[in-house]
Design a protein around this ligand. Structure first.
Ligand SMILES: [Zn+2]
Length: 209
């Protein structure tokens, strides 16, 4: 793609928006109050807003390799803090995707230099769920399940934070685990049973006000 084309596209987009709603950008500049925090993968094929059919102002978005929420990652922790404490979003979504390169890399033993510590967080997910994953003989199916379990573990990491625990107690914030299936274009709700998971983990991770 010609990089200059992007500016032409932008001009067209501004015109389209203004012809549909003359005050569009004026309204947009007045502030944001998104109801959803979306944490997804940086993969160029997983275009978050487009696949959800939402526009500017609708969703607060954080993307990184393999939609991770590492406990000591200041970037994702700051995004969660700002979205939950200040924007007061009602939903936090962790959205993974099948055929994720980051998850695939964590299934292999190559030394990828600077990427190693990031991928190690994904390898930790494999270790936690090794028993379940090793029972799946078909590699493709195991890869898919690993993507799903990674989403689940990142949701758990979201729930470990004090901001999210407080918002769940005080205003019923909900956490969701989704997967985007690149092969079909469908968004899948993993319907993770957080009550069961929480019962299991809150003894360890509970933080009181
Ligand atoms: Zn990915």
């Amino acid at each position: 793609m010609d990089i200059k084309k992007i500016f032409e596209n932008n001009k067209e987009w501004v015109q389209e928006r203004l012809s549909a709603e003359p005050e569009y950008f004026k309204k947009l500049s007045q502030g944001q109050s998104p109801k959803i925090l979306y944490i997804g993968c940086s993969d160029s094929r997983v275009s978050s807003e487009e696949l959800m059919g939402v526009g500017p102002g609708d969703v607060f978005v954080h993307r990184n390799i393999a939609n991770m929420v590492p406990n000591t990652d200041l970037n994702s922790m700051s995004v969660i803090n700002y979205a939950v404490e200040h924007l007061e979003v009602e939903h936090v979504v962790v959205c993974g995707h099948y055929y994720c390169g980051g998850v695939k890399a964590a299934m292999q033993s190559s030394d990828l230099g600077l990427l190693n510590p990031w991928l190690r967080n994904i390898r930790d997910v494999y270790r936690i769920h090794k028993e379940e994953l090793s029972l799946i003989e078909d590699e493709d199916e195991r890869y898919k399940k690993f993507v799903e379990l990674n989403v689940q573990e990142q949701c758990v990491n979201v729930i470990k934070t004090a901001d999210v625990q407080k918002a769940i107690r005080k205003r019923n914030l909900s956490v969701h685990g989704w997967v985007f299936d690149i092969h079909s274009g469908k968004l899948i709700d993993l319907k993770i049973d957080f009550d069961a998971i929480l019962e299991n983990i809150m003894e360890i991770y509970r933080l009181d006000d």
